[in-house]
Design a protein around this ligand. Structure first.
Ligand SMILES: CC(C)(COP(=O)(O)OP(=O)(O)OC[C@H]1O[C@@H](n2cnc3c(N)ncnc32)[C@H](O)[C@@H]1OP(=O)(O)O)[C@@H](O)C(=O)NCCC(=O)NCCS
Length: 143
């Protein structure tokens, strides 16, 4: 059964593994471990299987999305939407009125995902990533 849960120790290996192959500037195992118990770091599971995860932090009344990723073999099944819906609901419950994130300009799949949640590109940071790609700064202005 699909479930979203707060990151706990039992998820660490799977989350760090997905992070390592999915994210251009991945967090290390040690960095992810520091998030254990953070209610804003959620994991989507099916029984013992970690399907994906996402996290954000709050600054005043804004939520900043850190990351969202789905296990390679499980992509294209709508799981990131479940994670995003949960993250947005959590942020709203904590008083967020807007959500922001940065994404690689070449990451078409992520851009599609964010646009489908009504995030709009409002800025660009050139040469932001190690491969020279730009970061698109996106905002969702209403929750
Ligand atoms: C981006 C990512 C999280 C999407 O997860 P996913 O579970 O496969 O996505 P979903 O199946 O929930 O699809 C969500 C939306 O993403 C977009 N999308 C998904 N797969 C796509 C593809 N192959 N091509 C284009 N757009 C795609 C679509 O907009 C889709 O919505 P739709 O089905 O209504 O059209 C996943 O590809 C991933 O983990 N990528 C590596 C990590 C990453 O890039 N994270 C974002 C930057 S931090």
């Amino acid at each position: 059964m699909l479930k979203t849960e707060t990151l706990s120790k039992k998820h660490l290996n799977a989350v760090a593994d997905i992070e390592a192959y999915s994210i251009i500037c991945p967090w290390s195992y040690a960095q992810i471990k520091k998030c254990v118990g953070d209610k804003n770091f959620i994991v989507l599971t099916d029984g013992d299987i970690v399907l994906g995860y996402g996290s954000f932090y709050m600054t005043a009344d804004e939520a900043n999305l850190n990351n969202i990723a789905v296990k390679k073999e499980e992509r294209g099944k709508g799981y990131s939407k479940i994670i995003m819906e949960r993250l947005l609901a959590l942020a709203k419950a904590q008083g967020a009125v807007a959500v922001t994130l940065e994404v690689e300009s070449k990451n078409a799949v992520a851009l599609n995902l964010y646009r489908s949640f009504d995030f709009k590109g409002e800025g660009e940071r050139k040469n932001y990533y190690p491969d020279g790609d730009s970061a698109i700064i996106m905002w969702k202005r209403s929750l």
